[in-house]
Design a protein around this ligand. Structure first.
Ligand SMILES: C[S@@+](CC[C@H](N)C(=O)[O-])C[C@H]1O[C@@H](n2cnc3c(N)ncnc32)[C@H](O)[C@@H]1O
Length: 292
């Protein structure tokens, strides 16, 4: 399980932050010395995964990040989305990159637990990367109410704008009950806006798990100091669960179907990442607000 508000920043958050930088997706200001050090420590894990199971963790992470960028970018470009809440943003460059691409017309709110928010704010400030409409605020995805809840943050947004919520790299750390709670809160929040999409990385659980995948899972769980949870076995189940949580509909984008991730579809690891796009069931009041 990643850290709650009282704890320190997780090693994986530093490591992924450095990974995005190393692959040319991020700004040097977001690459930390801790990230570089942890990435070096992770090298044997990456190598073991490749040798044991033929799985490329690089392809997996790049397919996940670029896949979400692609679906989100299209939705903003088409005018469906005007504001974004990224939950558990960590050291991801997406807020900075999307603001660079879409400018003042886009509101982007990065959120995470307090220690990470303090660090991200410091790094963005030091790099001069924050522009109007881009902010970093504390949010606990597991909070049902109170100042750090999604509901409280949503009240500060423009109710007339289409809204996207992202949870890249978070949901597999959560047990099924907690994950369902997060999805219900997101569906309920997005229903208050004229349009809403939820984006997340999904790894379908294979029906038969081979020993290499098991070994990889065990190594990764040791590294992140907690169990990983794979919530779904099929797209049908994803759609069912999303609808049960309050979404109107959901699709899984496969890496081969998006131009930005096509090249990872033929690589083991990259081929296992799907991008979930769940659409909000929009409340009639939110629809009326859009017309006025
Ligand atoms: C593996 S990192 C992923 C960061 C980023 N999304 C990325 O892909 O680079 C997981 C992040 O989840 C955050 N996190 C853990 N528990 C959380 C919670 N209950 N609410 C919000 N964020 C949480 C951690 O602080 C960490 O930054």
């Amino acid at each position: 399980m990643p850290p709650r508000s009282s704890e320190r920043i997780s090693p994986t958050a530093y490591a992924t932050g450095y990974f995005w930088y190393r692959h040319g997706l991020s700004h040097p200001a977001l690459a930390t010395p801790q990230g570089r050090r942890i990435s070096r420590l992770m090298e044997p894990l990456m190598l073991g995964t490749r040798l044991l199971g033929g799985i490329s963790l690089d392809a997996l992470l790049l397919a996940r990040h670029r896949g979400i960028d692609s679906v989100l970018g299209d939705a903003i470009e088409q005018g469906r989305i005007g504001q974004v809440i990224e939950i558990a943003a960590g050291l991801s460059p997406r807020g900075w990159a999307m603001k660079r691409r879409f400018g003042a017309g886009l509101r982007y709110i990065e959120t995470d637990l307090p220690h990470m928010v303090a660090l991200k704010q410091r790094l963005l400030d030091a790099g001069g990367l924050l522009t109007p409409g881009h902010s970093v605020v504390e949010l606990d995805a597991l909070a049902d109410g109170g100042p750090q809840s999604l509901a409280a943050l949503a009240k500060t947004l423009d109710p007339k704008l289409g809204t996207a919520i992202i949870t890249e790299g978070l949901m597999n750390y959560l047990d099924p009950e907690s994950a369902l709670g997060v999805w219900r809160r997101i569906a309920g929040t997005l229903a208050k806006f004229p349009q809403g999409i939820y984006l997340n990385d999904v790894y379908l659980r294979p029906r038969r798990i081979n020993p290499a995948t098991l070994a990889f899972g065990a190594m990764l769980s040791t590294f992140v100091r907690g169990r990983m949870h794979f919530h779904f076995t099929s797209e049908t189940q994803v759609v069912e669960v999303m609808k049960r949580c309050g979404f109107a509909d959901a699709v899984l984008h496969q890496p081969g179907a998006l131009p930005e991730t096509k090249s990872y579809a033929g690589i083991r690891g990259g081929d296992g990442v799907s991008i979930l796009e769940a659409r909000a069931a929009v409340h009639p009041q939110a629809r009326r607000r859009k017309k006025t």
